[in-house]
Design a protein around this ligand. Sequence first.
Ligand code: CDP
Ligand code: MG
Length: 640
Amino acid sequence: MPIFPFREDLLRAITQHQILVIEGETGSGKTTQIPQYLMEDVRLHSRRNEIGCTQPRRVAAMSVAARVAEETGVKLGNEVGYSIRFEDCTSERTVLKYMTDGMLLREFLTEPDLASYSVVIIDEAHERTLHTDILFGLIKDIARFRSDLKVLVASATLDTERFSCFFDDAPVFRIPGRRFPVDIFYTKAPEADYLEACVVSVLQIHVTQAPGDCLVFLTGQEEIEACCEMLQERCRRLGSKIAELVVLPIYANLPSDMQAKIFSPTPPGARKVVVATNIAETSLTIDGIIYVIDPGFCKQKSYNARTGMESLIVTPCSRASANQRAGRAGRVAAGKCFRLYTAWAFKHEMEETTIPEIQRTNLGNVVLLLKSLGINDLIHFDFMDPPPHETLVLALEQLYALGALNHLGELTKMGRRMAELPVDPMLSKMILASEQYKCSEEVLTIAAMLSVNNSIFYRPKDKVVHADNARMNFTVPGGDHLVLLNVYNQWVESGFSTQWCYENFIQFRSMRRARDVRDQLEGLMERIEVEVVSSLEDSAITAGYFYHTARLSKGGYKTVKHQQTVYVHPNSSLFEEQPGSFTNTLTPSLACNCQVIEIDSGWLLEVAPHYYKRRTRTMTLLHKLKSDVGGKETCESSFL
Ligand code: CDP
Ligand code: MG
């Protein structure tokens, strides 16, 4: 590994400097080796204190921890462990902890000077996730008075000068990479269907090219699963005419035993194809890759400051990303990268680098956290790249509307309690409001189900009709949150049965995770002294999500506050539903409007009187409209 010869130099540099930026090609050993060096080095590491290493992705934290535990011959969770949201795999004995950047951020709440750490490694710094960016500011600040704390900022070969500059000209330690040449091929014309193009390219490589494994970059779970299925199907049809093709997916929600498979060696005579999200761009290194297929897209969070809604959209990746992807082909030998776009598109349609997340996301969560840490002046926080002013203002406004901040922008008692829960402000408000409505049992379940929601219903390609019928059976009036509640409650009644999940096309693993999350949230509720009681009351959900409400008017749904058009996701149980006589309200969770419920507009005035004002005196005045869609009669209330 490229880092091996530099062990002593590196350790010396770390002894000499408090903050060190480490730059090295992906796969050079930064993540797996440096923490081990530190563990072994008595100069740097007193056994009392922990070494923390942050990762932007959950999967990376888990898989790297597992790898290092194996390399050091300890059981995962003992000396080497990991900590990600809702899952703590550490113990009293843990010396080296891999964790998501979000987890370290939350640790500031309980330990503002990170006293239990002797070394903090901010890894994958080039990813510039929101949490990593905030960590930069906070850690730079505490390093000033904790002279015993060592800070390492590790990054792929991108942007390291900027990190050095931000950390008061901290020295940069470069690990020289060896990289084999990678030939890059472009398509002559743009591809209409990049998924199909990927499948064809893989098969072409498999049939025409010399041995060597293949890595395909797609944007998310659905695409990856589709691609894997298509590949397997076509290989089945070709039968013994072609050599064995081992097709392996990797994405964040993939169960960890499946994730581990990508690292197992390819059987002789076969070829391995790993179909990955951009997690394989820099966070995970798979040995033996010679061919890379890059359609040039990634899923990116984008934030609409007008609607206050976040969405994940598939966009062209940056040139920096494309080059990282190509680089994955040249680690073990000369490689080839097939770009499924034109050379012109690379030059003219792609951005130079990816915009840091802090500039395209909702800041509600982070603002609440910073306020809880007593950082009131956010405008002057030491951001590496400051967020847009209007996003910051909107976050403050939203927290004010939720009752987390008072009119002076100071944290309220509600805000302090909200910050205790490791979920988005709207979700935490929903949970806390449930106390007042005496329905915390139900709301906890809904919150837990929302946190795993994208993978509850199982819909295999060959049993689509059965799966959809099974799903329909869970439909209850009111909307998706109540459907989730219904699913969970029935599962509880079945005695948490695996068989029941199987028969109802429900993913057992997701349910088990939901139960875990629910238990943990319940524990936190006790800590902040919220009584957990039961009844059925939708207002609590509205109390959290009133910000995201829409009503049906001519032609479709428009947000109540800003009149932006929004759509109900086809997966929603309300997708085809024509509304009854009340305002319909959407409470989108996560990125799209997958989860919506129907609400009574009166509730909005009840839960957020400061936010929604009564326009006319008559609250129940309804007038009829002819709807454009389907010609059915629908109603619109006119008072908000
Ligand atoms: O962090 P950096 O990109 O510099 O490298 P690393 O993640 O520490 O990986 C170093 C080496 O360990 C690579 O050759 C990986 O392929 C290997 N590795 C592995 O084989 N299995 C894992 N689960 C993790 C890393
Ligand atoms: Mg790494």
